[in-house]
Ligand binder design. Structure first.
Ligand code: ATP
Ligand code: MG
Length: 284
């Protein structure tokens, strides 16, 4: 029995999807232009597809699970379950208007024409804001639509905003924040759910490890308690005596978000020789 996963064949999701599997200890050999591959060391079969098709394939159980952007998932409206947010391919679906327009809020769009590849999400946004506007669906190069007189505004994916800028547009409202997610078919067998759960266990360990760092430092014994209080660790910090008397070595785990703040406080309290090391996997 193998779990079938659908990932993007090539594009902005591909590299990170393969890397995530690899970080989970799963090697996928993808021969050139192959549609399917088998993992070497985990009961997983991989299908390479266009991202737009992934929700449908998972809903139809051609694939049991899939990795897809929330933007595509919510646009397609297929009945699948989100298992886990994956933290990569972060972007937003945003309204772009001419850079000199006076955009005062969603009501700006009243009576306007909007070009987009996301008609479902845009319609929902307009309805939620009681706006009457015409949607012009196009499948690519949405950002050129205002320039060629096809629309007044656009709704498109943005990450840095440079594409909008190059086309004389500015970003205004965000209508959806998106990242890659793992989705599953709604009715998987017990056996497949068991494989999924061991895959998710690995994914969570990888994700946790990315958000945390291992820290080692030397602390003067007379300030040890203050230093330990700054370092919660997984349970509590490890403290070992140094060969030089009056000093201890303290080992702990720090969350990336608290990192710089805590390092400064540690230094103020006399910590020395601070080493910070990436963690590969973290199981709590
Ligand atoms: P396909 O040929 O598979 O249909 P595509 O051209 O539709 O590919 P890509 O451009 O590869 O899609 O984008 C895939 C997904 O990556 C998007 O649906 C979105 O979730 C995410 N994404 C898109 N643009 C960006 C961006 N600028 N930054 C980060 N992530 C993005
Ligand atoms: Mg696509």
């Amino acid at each position: 029995m193998k779990l079938k996963i659908a990932i993007q064949k090539s594009g902005r999701l591909y590299e990170d999807s393969i890397k995530l599997l690899k970080d989970c200890g799963i090697d996928v050999r993808n021969g050139m232009n192959k549609l399917k591959a088998e993992a070497e060391n985990f009961p997983l079969e991989v299908f390479f597809l266009r991202d737009d098709d992934i929700p449908q394939y998972v809903a139809d159980k051609v694939a049991d699970i899939g990795i897809v952007g929330e933007n595509v998932l919510y646009e397609k409206q297929k009945a699948v379950t989100v298992v886990e947010k994956l933290g990569f391919s972060k972007c937003r679906l945003a309204v772009g208007v001419g850079k000199d327009e006076n955009y005062t809020g969603a009501q700006y769009l009243q009576g306007k024409t909007i070009a987009t590849s996301y008609p479902v999400l845009v319609r929902k946004f307009l309805d939620d804001n009681n706006i009457n506007a015409e949607i012009h669906e196009i499948s690519g190069s949405v950002e050129i639509a205002p320039g060629i007189g096809l629309s007044d505004a656009i709704v498109d994916l943005v990450s840095s905003g440079s594409t909008l800028f190059m086309n004389g547009l500015k970003e205004t409202e965000t209508i959806l924040k998106s990242e890659a997610v793992l989705v599953r078919n709604n009715e998987l067998s017990e056996e497949k759910l068991a494989i999924l759960s061991s895959l998710v266990f690995r994914m969570q360990a990888v994700k946790k490890a990315k958000n945390n760092k291992y820290i080692l430092l030397n602390a003067p014994n007379d300030r040890l308690q203050e230093i330990i209080a700054l370092l919660p660790g997984m349970k509590s910090p490890t403290v070992l005596p140094l060969a030089e008397s009056g000093w201890s070595s303290v080992h702990s785990v720090l969350n990336e978000n608290d990192f710089w703040n805590i390092i400064e406080q540690l230094k103020e309290r006399g910590a020395q020789g601070i080493l910070v090391i990436p963690i590969e996997k973290m199981i709590v």
